[in-house]
Design a protein around this ligand. Sequence first.
Ligand SMILES: Nc1ncnc2c1ncn2[C@@H]1O[C@H](COP(=O)(O)OP(=O)(O)OP(=O)(O)O)[C@@H](O)[C@H]1O
Length: 264
Amino acid sequence: MSLHLDGVTLAYPPARSGRRDEPPVLRDLSLAIEPGAFVSVIGRSGSGKTSLLNLAAGFVAPSGGSVRVDGERVEGPGAERAVVFQDDALFPWASARDNVAFALRLRGLPGAERRTRAEALLASVGLAGAGDKAIWELSGGMRQRVGIARALAAEPRYLLMDEPLGALDAMTRERMHEFLLGIWQRSGAGILLITHGIEEALFLGTRVVVLAGRPGRIIADMPASYGRRFLRGEPARAIRADPAFVADRNALADMIHDEAERAA
Ligand SMILES: Nc1ncnc2c1ncn2[C@@H]1O[C@H](COP(=O)(O)OP(=O)(O)OP(=O)(O)O)[C@@H](O)[C@H]1O
């Protein structure tokens, strides 16, 4: 039972330059996301992180290898794999509740049930009572939580997130980390998080996967348990100041830096 990328290669059609010798974006990459795992993916810009997520989401098909959910080959997007982007396309004029209810409508739930369920989903992301507010009235962090509530409407088994916190200020981002861990714990979903934030990846993930560029491949897969420690009650500040955390963070930063130097 997992979301499996099995020896995937992804080559986009040759660019207009006509260069056919360019390495593929991803080559022979394997990654399994078990239910309940929180897999953070980091890597320098252009290393193929978004391409990896697009494959897992079924937005693009691999040129080689396979993407499977519970052994079934993925042929396109599916309700069991919800995707959250940095700039989620919420309807700005509609209320938070209607934005979430819209996703429930796609699932064919009747009106009254949609309303109740949308309220419950908003409450689960800490937005109880904000259902009547229009999206344009909400802060960036609140909007992103509406986006996550909408993604959770499909009761996905996998939550695939591409830089979901990228547009938020540092303080809001830290609060969102704690909130994301709560969502992860309550939903039991397997999470794939693409991020530029090394500290974020390490604080949240049960694994931190490091991608290297062209061809995109995994150069490290580090287990981590800082998020679990937070969920057990340890303060976030104490965790981030823990020498073990600092050493892991520095090791990841060095890996990305060294790889970039080699590539240059
Ligand atoms: N649709 C596409 N067609 C052709 N090439 C693409 C396409 N999408 C991405 N690429 C190329 O694939 C490579 C990896 O891009 P990708 O967006 O996956 O990297 P990334 O690690 O997510 O980058 P960033 O951190 O900047 O978002 C880049 O060289 C990019 O130019």
